[in-house]
Design a protein around this ligand. Structure first.
Ligand code: GTP
Ligand code: MG
Length: 252
């Protein structure tokens, strides 16, 4: 399902083009085709940096959508930076992020956390990989070691990835990352059911339905502000989601 399959033979009058440029009939996607979306819940310590980074890296061209449940200044700061803010009672990560990914009209949707852990400077790499034909590009935090991640979380994330790999029959390395790029059609085609486990679900269902999914190493920084996830309770919910979603997909 890569874009290369859409290619029609070029006409003879066309000047010679490089292999990359001839990948598809369509122009490659640019930052004007991209929405960066996130759940935001009392992230006033981090949001300014996150939104400034997105602005700088995309030259102000990417759209930003925040689904916000905050009681602090987070939504005001988001609006000051031109983001679309959707207000929602706080009901957990997945409820917010599902709303966030389903909001944009643009063809490419990138998720991030609003805690300054994810490298917005790598957005161009995500866009390039989508332009190469991938349907999902998933930021792999563990590839470079994720030293900034608490050790318990790091161990848990390795175990989630191992477990999901066994259940799917496909090796993946980071199932719970918050930074991914998706083609919007895929996001709209699949029905999403998980809350805390939504991040794992957003990887597992596309992999098991045969979409072109690619993991891409990313840097991971220490969190600004307080975590919204209890590691034990959240971890148990994620483990349950991984098993449930993988079994649902296997017997679909
Ligand atoms: N709107 C909304 N956003 C939420 C909710 N829960 C979490 N978020 C946001 O979702 C993102 C992920 O939450 P985090 O606290 O970073 O969870 P995490 O990445 O598993 O934990 P850390 O390792 O501490 O970063 C952050 O941007 C949160 O602000 C919620 O109930 N509502
Ligand atoms: Mg986070």
């Amino acid at each position: 399902m890569s874009r290369a399959e859409d290619e029609s033979p070029g006409t003879e009058e066309e000047p010679s083009v490089t292999a990359v440029e001839s990948v598809a009939d369509d122009e490659p996607y640019t930052f004007e085709d991209l929405s960066v979306v996130m759940g935001t819940y009392n992230e006033e310590e981090a949001i300014e940096t996150v939104l400034t980074d997105i602005e700088e890296v995309t030259d102000g061209k990417a759209e930003v959508v925040c689904v916000d449940g905050s009681s602090d200044r987070t939504p005001e700061i988001a609006r000051e930076h031109g983001a679309t803010v959707i207000e929602q009672e706080p009901q957990g990560y997945g409820v917010a992020v599902r709303e966030a990914i389903l909001t944009p009209d643009r063809p490419i949707v990138v998720t991030t956390d609003c805690d300054d852990t994810y490298p917005m400077e790598q957005l161009p790499e995500f866009l390039d990989l989508i332009n190469e034909g991938y349907d999902v590009v998933s930021g792999d935090r563990l590839y470079h070691g994720a030293e900034a991640m608490p050790a318990f979380n790091r161990l848990g994330n390795h175990l989630f990835a191992l477990g999901a790999s066994v259940l799917m029959g496909t090796r993946v390395h980071d199932t719970t990352t918050g930074m991914r790029a998706y083609r919007r059609e895929l996001v709209e085609e699949i029905e999403w059911t998980e809350n805390t486990g939504l991040s794992a679900e957003l990887l597992i269902r596309p992999v098991m339905r045969g979409y072109d999914v690619r993991e891409h190493p990313i840097n991971y920084a220490e969190r600004k502000g307080e975590t919204k996830l209890d590691p034990i309770e959240g971890g148990a919910a994620i483990a349950k989601s991984i098993v449930k979603v993988a079994l649902e997909e296997r017997f679909r």
